[in-house]
Design a protein around this ligand. Structure first.
Ligand SMILES: Nc1ncnc2c1ncn2[C@@H]1O[C@H](COP(=O)(O)OP(=O)(O)O)[C@@H](O)[C@H]1O
Ligand SMILES: [Mg+2]
Length: 245
């Protein structure tokens, strides 16, 4: 058997390279449903014709669940952006990839609105704020575009002219602007403030979307992140919801 080389370690998972395979090993106690649903989401993205590292198998490794995909030799778009801070073509490429995702469809995917409503209900926000967010969400259009749900430059692995999108655990079908709002919030959460601003400007221009429309989504998407977030992250997401009423 080939050697397992640790790439990333997180509280509930480890990511290894084994030859030409990426092995995502989940911690003991991670429910099988979560692992199988992440693998299913990756398969559905692949089925929608998107550039996804091909899924190889879902298995148990040393008694822990693991998802095995093809390993992509390359670097993340985030690494490239950090190495070449003035290079706008990287952001243009990032946004073009996200728009390619939004142009795809797969009716087997979960619905974004259902997921957001459920998360807002479980957000721990006061009833008045939750009511406002539910009403705002209901008033949004019913689109069926594929939304990655965690589209950030560290989830794009580039090899030459090809780019692969990874980490499909949060994929849904719904409104592209909600996905763009999520990218902005997540970049800020990771303290990439300059990239977050550059992203918003570039996304609005390339997709011909009004900035105000994305701003309307910010408290809805941030409020949804409050469901099950780490205690230390609450103040960050709650900041977007203060003053919506
Ligand atoms: N198929 C792959 N090929 C090459 N590198 C990968 C692959 N999948 C993940 N990685 C590397 O591992 C990192 C974390 O993987 P990811 O699936 O995004 O996990 P997380 O859920 O922790 O963000 C990525 O940022 C990337 O550097
Ligand atoms: Mg990731």
């Amino acid at each position: 058997m080939e050697r397992m080389e640790l790439i990333v370690e997180r509280p509930n998972k480890q990511i290894f390279r084994r030859g030409d395979e990426k092995v995502k090993c989940f911690a003991e106690g991670v429910p099988a449903g979560d692992v199988l649903s992440e693998a299913l989401n990756q398969a559905l993205a692949q089925e929608a014709g998107l550039p996804v590292p091909p899924l190889r198998e879902v298995t148990k490794h040393d008694g822990r669940w693991a998802i095995i995909s093809e390993f992509i030799e390359g670097e993340t778009l985030l690494a490239q952006m950090q190495a070449r801070p003035g290079d706008e073509s990287l952001m243009v490429r990032f946004v073009a990839l996200q728009m390619q995702v939004h142009a795809a469809q797969n009716f087997k995917l979960r619905r974004q609105k259902d997921k957001l409503h459920r998360q807002i209900s479980a957000s721990g926000l006061d009833a008045t704020t939750r009511y406002e967010l539910h009403v705002r969400l209901d008033a949004m259009p019913d689109h069926q575009k594929v939304c990655h749900g965690d589209f950030v430059p560290s989830n794009v692995v580039v090899r030459g002219t090809r780019a692969f999108i990874i980490d499909w655990a949060h994929i849904t079908q719904g409104c592209a602007a909600a996905d763009a709002a999520n990218t902005h919030i997540t970049l800020c959460k990771q303290s990439h403030f300059a990239l977050a601003e550059q992203y918003l400007k570039c996304y609005c221009e390339q997709s011909d979307t009004a900035l105000q429309y994305i701003r309307r989504w910010l408290p809805i998407v941030a409020g949804a992140h409050l469901a099950g977030c780490l205690p230390g992250d609450r103040a960050f997401y709650q900041g977007y919801c203060d003053g919506v009423v």
